[in-house]
Design a binder for this molecule. Structure first.
Ligand SMILES: Cc1cc2nc3c(=O)[nH]c(=O)nc-3n(C[C@H](O)[C@H](O)[C@H](O)COP(=O)(O)OP(=O)(O)OC[C@H]3O[C@@H](n4cnc5c(N)ncnc54)[C@H](O)[C@@H]3O)c2cc1C
Length: 381
C-alpha cells in the first residue's frame, strides 16, 4: 500500500502517522522547508484529541483549563468541560509529529510543491510523475490543487487572529468565550491565560471589521503590551458533498473537516485519521477505507453545522439563551460540556425537558421572536 500525502500541516502529518501505523508506505510532500510555520492556530483541544494524537500532543501541552465561561451582553455562564481543555504549542506539535512519523518510516520530501494530482493516483512534482495507490490531499484552505478537481471546501472563511499580551483582565482557570458582537462579527472572541501572557483572539466574517473588533476587545479586557499576532482562515462548514475522487481523498482545511461552531480542525482530522487506521486494518483497501472514514466524519460535522449556523448567525439568540441559562441554572442541569461533540447539545436539552421548557417559557416573555425562530429552525433542521 503506497500512499502520497500532499501537505505537511497538522492534517497531513496526523494522516501520515496513522497510515504508517496501519502498515502503509507513506511519502509526504510539503511545499515549505519546515513544518509548523507560519503559525495560525490557537491550539485548543479536548483531552480526547490529546489521546487520539498521542505522545506528540502530550509533550506539546502548555496549559489546561477546567471551565469555559460563555459571555454575551455582560451575562456570563460558566460550564465545566468534561476532560478539560488543553492549550498545545502548535509549532512543537507539528515538529514532533513529523519526527515521530519519520521514526516510523515516513519518506519526506520538504520544499516540494506538488503541481498536479490525478484521480488515477498520479502525483507530479518538479516535472516528475509518480504513481500511488491513494493520495491524501491536505493542502490547507489556500491550496490550489482541489479547485481543478471540483471537490473539497470552497466556502468563504471567518478571518481569525490570535494576539498575545503582557497584561489584561482574565481568569487563569477558565477560557472566556464571548459572543459580544462588539468584539467579533458573526463569530466569537476567546481569551485565556497561558503562563504569564494573555492570549486573546477574535473572528470576523468581514475582514474590514477585524481591526475595529480587536480594538474593542482590547478595551473590554484592558489588554496591553502586545507580544505577537498571528492568524488565518477559520472554516465553519458545511463540509462539501464530495471528499473523494478516484484515488484522491481531501482532508483537513482543504476538505472543510472542521467543527462548524469553532472551526477547530484537530478533532475531526485526528478522529478521521484514527478511524482510517482502524478500518484499514480490516478492509485493507485504502480508497474504500478513506472514502468511508471521511464520509462518516463529514456526516457528524453536518449535524454540528445546523447548531453552529443558529448560534453564530444570531447574537441576540445567544444572549437570550445565556440570560435564561443563568436564571434557571440550566447549565448546572446540563452538567459537563463536551468540547467536541456539539451535535449532542440538542440531545442534552431534550434529556432535561422540564428545565428546557421552563427556560423557554421564561425567555419567551422577554424575547418571543428570537426564541420561537430558534425553536422553528431547530425543528426544521
Ligand atoms: C485563528 C485560528 C485559530 C484556530 N484555533 C484552533 C484551535 O484552537 N483548535 C483547533 O483544533 N483548530 C484551530 N484552528 C484550525 C486549525 O488550525 C486548522 O484546522 C489546521 O491547522 C489545518 O491544518 P491543515 O493541515 O488542514 O492545513 P494547513 O495547516 O494549512 O497545512 C497545509 C499544508 O499544505 C502545504 N501545501 C499546500 N499546497 C501544497 C502543494 N501543492 N504541495 C505541497 N505542499 C502543499 C502548505 O505549505 C501547508 O504546510 C484555528 C485556525 C485559525 C486560523
Amino acid at each position: 500500500m503506497n500512499i502520497a500525502v500532499v501537505g505537511g500541516g497538522f492534517s497531513g502529518l496526523i494522516f501520515s502517522l496513522k497510515l504508517l501505523k496501519a502498515g502503509a508506505d507513506v511519502t509526504l510532500y510539503e511545499d515549505h522547508m519546515r513544518v509548523g510555520y507560519p503559525p495560525h492556530c490557537t491550539g485548543l483541544v479536548s483531552g480526547r484529541v490529546v489521546a487520539l494524537i498521542g505522545e506528540a500532543a502530550r509533550k506539546s501541552i502548555m496549559s489546561r483549563y477546567e471551565k469555559l465561561t460563555l459571555e454575551s451582553g455582560g451575562v456570563e455562564v460558566r460550564l465545566k468541560v468534561s476532560g478539560g481543555v488543553y492549550k498545545l504549542d502548535r509549532i512543537m506539535l507539528e515538529e514532533l509529529l513529523l519526527e515521530k512519523a519519520e521514526s516510523e518510516g515516513l519518506r519526506v520530501s520538504m520544499g516540494s510543491k506538488v503541481s498536479k494530482v490525478s484521480p488515477r493516483g498520479l502525483v507530479e512534482v518538479g516535472g516528475a510523475v509518480k504513481a500511488y495507490d491513494s493520495i491524501i490531499l491536505a493542502e490547507g484552505y489556500y491550496g490550489s490543487l482541489r479547485g481543478r478537481l471540483g471537490i473539497g471546501y470552497i466556502n468563504p472563511p471567518v478571518y481569525g487572529v490570535n494576539l498575545e499580551y503582557r497584561r489584561g483582565n482574565t481568569d487563569a482557570e477558565s477560557i472566556l468565550v464571548s459572543f459580544d458582537p462588539q468584539t467579533s462579527h458573526k463569530f466569537f472572541s476567546w481569551t485565556l491565560k497561558v503562563g504569564d501572557a494573555i492570549l486573546a483572539g477574535t473572528g470576523v466574517r468581514d475582514p474590514k471589521l477585524l481591526k475595529q473588533r480587536v480594538q474593542a476587545l482590547e478595551r473590554k479586557l484592558s489588554l496591553s503590551g502586545m507580544i505577537k499576532a498571528y492568524g488565518g482562515s477559520i472554516l465553519t462548514g458545511p463540509p462539501p458533498p464530495r471528499l473523494s475522487l478516484g484515488k484522491i481523498h481531501i482532508v483537513g482545511d482543504a476538505g472543510g473537516l472542521n467543527k462548524p461552531l469553532t472551526g477547530g480542525g484537530l478533532y475531526p482530522n485526528s478522529l478521521a485519521a484514527e478511524l482510517s487506521l482502524r478500518l484499514l486494518k480490516r478492509i485493507r483497501e485504502p480508497n474504500e477505507t478513506l472514502n468511508k472514514a471521511l464520509n462518516l466524519i463529514a456526516e457528524r460535522l453536518s449535524m454540528q453545522y445546523k447548531i453552529a449556523k443558529l448560534i453564530l448567525g444570531d447574537s441576540e439568540l445567544v444572549k437570550t439563551a445565556l440570560e435564561a441559562a443563568s436564571q434557571t441554572r440550566l447549565n448546572i442541569e446540563i452538567g459537563e460540556l463536551d468540547y467536541d461533540r456539539h451535535e449532542e447539545i440538542i440531545a442534552k436539552l431534550a434529556a432535561n425537558p422540564v428545565k428546557t421548557v421552563e427556560t423557554t417559557i421564561k425567555t419567551l416573555g422577554k424575547a418571543p421572536t428570537t426564541m420561537l425562530k430558534a425553536a422553528l429552525k431547530l425543528l426544521l433542521a
